[in-house]
Ligand binder design. Structure first.
Ligand code: ADP
Length: 430
């Protein structure tokens, strides 16, 4: 293998040797001319191969790469090898990319890759259809300029992508579930799923429950009325009184269940509810105290720590029923004359309503499911205390509709703390 440094060294060595040889045989003048001539030939040959290399770079192709002479053989061989390897890895990369694109296209979900400035880098066909992206025009454009949905834009800007969001695309009445995930260096992957059919089925189910509850309400009210009249009659014997009062209690439970079912389906479905009412904390808490004092037969030590300067926008009825549900639970699941604390105020930038009790508590294995409909830790205890199993589910939905959340902390035999957290956007100060 020839090294350019060795070849240059040998060239100058031979030049000097030639100079002295010719100077000794002929004279110095001839020697100078001879080495200049040899130097000229040497440089010209290098210039020639540089020219050839330059020409090859203009349109590189393995078949027309020159062979070169001297040190250039080695240089051209190296270029040949690295060019061939580069081509090979490029082909491999293209194949992998093709496979990835094919897999992404075959998916049922829409996928959009965006950069740190939310500009679209790539999208599959499903996403192009769902979010109305035209890849020719819209690539490198911020996704929020192309898919202009307020909820999606807020979600994207908040940069908290733990949960997905469900939105309705008003342009085609399509329901979408969208989730963003961070990947690579500062890139994000937006996945979207068409949930229109699921939403439609859910709406049918909710409508059914709502209609069914409505239909049951009237006959049940009539039955309850008759039972009450029967209970009041003095002509009944002792056994009949017992039976009638049992029937009356069960009818009451059914009424409560139907009321809760109706409330839940109203919260879930009603888009018509005004959730921007100005709620005065002072008035709400006043009403709450009256209601609680009527309800609390077990006479707990209830203390209120209320910051009346913090008020929120929301649905007065829904929020009142959420608060009452939480307090009712605390009363139900806490022994007589034990302590219950109800507090309201600002925590960090959020507004938080908290009910803390020193009751029976809930073991951690139930906590993740406690807000599901009809989920009860102890079925009999809930029933005996008049629970329907829907309270926390109603509260969770009320909070969802107010962009807030419910946070539960509990320890068996020590007590529980239920927090309703409202985002700062809902707070107003008087
Ligand atoms: P229920 O009508 O049965 O009270 P909820 O949805 O309000 O239904 O509550 C679900 C379950 O959560 C209850 O059955 C009960 O086991 C448990 N729970 C709720 N609140 C409390 C509390 N403050 N202390 C202990 N357990 C509670």
């Amino acid at each position: 293998m020839q090294d350019i440094r060795w070849s240059t060294f040998w060239f100058f060595f031979l030049e000097i040797f030639l100079y002295f040889l010719l100077a000794a045989i002929f004279n110095e003048k001839i020697a100078v001319i001879a080495i200049l001539l040899a130097g000229g030939i040497y440089i010209s040959s290098h210039l020639y191969w540089i020219y050839k290399l330059n020409k090859w770079i203009d349109s590189p192709n393995l078949t027309n790469l020159p062979n070169g002479t001297g040190v250039w053989i080695n240089i051209f061989a190296k270029i040949y090898r690295s060019y061939r390897e580069q081509k090979k890895s490029k082909t491999q990369l293209t194949t992998t990319l093709d496979h990835f694109i094919m897999a992404a296209e075959a998916m049922n979900d829409g996928i959009v890759a965006i950069n740190e400035s939310n500009e679209i880098l790539w999208s599959n066909k499903k996403a192009q259809k769902m979010l109305s992206i035209n890849p020719k025009k819209d690539n490198n454009q911020p996704i929020n300029y192309i898919f202009r949905n307020t909820e999606f834009i807020n979600y994207l800007e908040k940069e908290n992508y733990t949960d997905s969001i469900n939105i309705e695309n008003s342009s085609n009445n399509q329901h979408l579930e969208i989730k963003v995930a961070n990947f690579g260096s500062n890139q994000k992957l937006v996945t979207c799923r068409d949930t229109t059919e699921i939403k439609e089925n859910e709406d049918i189910r909710k409508e059914f429950v709502s209609n069914f509850s409505h239909e049951l309400k009237t006959p049940l009210t009539v039955i309850s009325g008759f039972l009450e009249t029967l209970e009041d009659r003095r002509t009944l014997d002792e056994d009949s009184i017992k039976i009638v009062s049992m029937m009356s209690r069960q009818a009451e439970r059914m009424k409560k269940l139907i009321e809760d079912l109706l409330l839940l389906s109203n919260v879930e479905s009603s888009a018509s509810v005004n959730r921007s009412e100005k709620i005065s904390t002072k008035e709400l808490i006043k009403k709450l105290k009256i209601e609680v004092s009527l309800f609390d037969k077990k006479k707990h030590k209830i203390s209120y720590i209320i910051d009346e300067t913090i008020n929120i926008y929301g649905s007065r009825n829904e929020i009142f029923s959420a608060y009452i549900n939480l307090i009712t639970n605390a009363i139900r699941y806490t022994n007589e004359s034990e302590k219950i604390t109800i507090s309201w105020g600002k925590v960090n930038s959020d507004a938080v309503f908290e009910v803390t009790d020193s009751g029976i508590g809930i073991s951690s294995k139930h906590l993740s499911r406690i807000t599901e409909r009809f989920y009860r830790v102890d079925e009999d205890r809930s029933r005996d205390s008049g629970g329907t199993g829907l309270g926390l589910s109603i509260i969770k939905n009320v909070m969802l509709k107010h962009q807030g959340e419910i946070k539960i902390m509990s320890e068996p035999n020590k007590g529980s703390s239920f927090k309703l957290v409202f985002p700062s956007e809902r707070i107003y100060s008087k």
